[in-house]
Design a protein around this ligand. Structure first.
Ligand SMILES: Cc1cc2nc3c(=O)[nH]c(=O)nc-3n(C[C@H](O)[C@H](O)[C@H](O)COP(=O)(O)OP(=O)(O)OC[C@H]3O[C@@H](n4cnc5c(N)ncnc54)[C@H](O)[C@@H]3O)c2cc1C
Length: 352
């Protein structure tokens, strides 16, 4: 079969760019292994407009939001499932200093749609002397997104379940790629943390970060809001919550650890005294990068081989916007924002 694109990896990056290409009537074939608890599947799926300890607006938030929201809403229509959930984040502060930092940001008019100080009717089972609210937040049920995308691709014969073997990619005389029995105009690598081994994009400055997260259940009905203190407790249906996460740059093994679980339990106990049942405990490696910006662009080793990776801790918000940007580049040779071009590290003139 002849295809326009081969998409390697069907996490958030591969799913989003592939579905956008299908929306543009491109012929795509996707390749990934059997469904597993990839970072994309275990993620809280949160898109948060204001992040960090200084509560500043997320990098490029307005642009990202404008593309992400309608895109995920279109996917809901396509799959006939509920993926997109609007919500807010209740912030619990341990100290007056943290609360003051938050309140001083509220004074900035740019934040009027995003931050609120007093929270009336807050659940009295939550610990924290000071509270604030982040508005205009949404979360995506990413496990459902990955599973529904896989189902859709299979139904339309657009999916092969296997790990791609780089050595089997060959070139035809007329500048197409052959992989096994199929040919392609272009290949896009969306391999997440496994992209560290990709021979077409060697030595990418990934700074991978393992994250552990657990799903929990309470014998108490919290609302539908996300609760954040030194961890994030986010509802994901059926009365269950995800609670995460940890960060490790040294242990990059894929398995959940005892230490990780203890850290999460300690953090959750600082949010509430209520007993909870741990339903599942996950670990995955985030494809984070040296300067926390994604990797987009074309290989310098082989033309028409592209990358969409380095989505780090923000795959859900970044993927729709940067997929659009990469598609424009692949189809029309428009420019890629220099600070997300994967080869930016060699170009010393670019201010990171
Ligand atoms: C605990 C935790 C919580 C998180 N919470 C959030 C959150 O709230 N909001 C947010 O936006 N982000 C969150 N993230 C980050 C988010 O999960 C990542 O940004 C995102 O999953 C990256 O997606 P990806 O598609 O690039 O990578 P991945 O999810 O790793 O997907 C890559 C896919 O490529 C496949 N693959 C790799 N190599 C090959 C090959 N050679 N052949 C075939 N297939 C291959 C893999 O099997 C995998 O399915 C969280 C991450 C973690 C770990």
């Amino acid at each position: 079969m002849d295809y326009d694109y081969l998409i390697v990896g069907q996490g958030i990056a591969g799913s989003v760019i592939g579905l956008q290409l299908l929306e543009q009537n491109k012929k795509c074939l996707f390749i990934d292994e059997k469904i597993w608890n990839s970072p994309s599947r275990i993620s809280n799926g949160i898109v948060n407009p204001v992040t960090g300890q200084k509560y500043v607006k997320t990098w490029l938030f307005d642009e990202l939001f404008q593309v992400a929201k309608p895109f995920y809403k279109r996917l809901e229509q396509l799959f006939g499932v509920n993926l997109y959930h609007e919500t807010s984040i209740t912030k619990l502060f341990s100290t007056a200093l943290e609360a003051n930092e938050f309140d001083s940001r509220i004074a900035d008019l740019k934040y009027v749609d995003f931050l609120e100080s007093a929270i009336p009717n807050l659940d009295d089972r939550l610990k924290g002397a000071f509270k604030g609210k982040i508005k205009n937040v949404f979360w995506i049920n990413t496990a459902l997104l990955i599973d529904e995308t896989r189902k859709y691709l299979r139904k339309n014969n657009l999916f092969i379940e296997e790990i791609l073997d780089y050595s089997l990619i060959k070139k035809t005389d007329y500048n197409r790629f052959i992989y096994k029995e199929n040919t392609f105009n272009k290949i896009i690598f969306c391999e997440g943390a496994k992209g560290t081994n990709n021979p077409y994009f060697p030595n990418l400055p990934f700074v991978l970060a393992k994250g552990e997260l657990m799903s929990v259940q309470f014998n108490h009905k919290f609302g539908n809001e996300i609760i954040q203190k030194n961890g994030i407790l986010s509802p994901y249906g059926n009365g269950k919550f995800k609670f995460g996460s940890t960060n490790s740059w040294t242990d990059l093994t894929p398995n959940p650890t005892y230490a990780g679980k203890q850290e999460l339990i300690n953090k959750l106990e600082q949010i509430t005294d209520l007993p909870f049942e741990i339903c599942e405990h996950f670990a995955a490696i985030r494809p984070t990068t040296k300067d926390r910006r994604p990797f987009l662009g074309e290989s310098e080793i082989e033309k028409n081989i592209f990358i969409l990776n380095g989505l780090g801790t923000k795959g859900v918000s970044l993927a729709p916007y940067f997929s659009n940007m990469l598609i424009e580049f692949m189809e029309k040779r428009t420019t890629i924002l220099p600070i997300v071009n994967w080869n930016r590290f060699e170009k010393k003139s670019i201010k990171l």
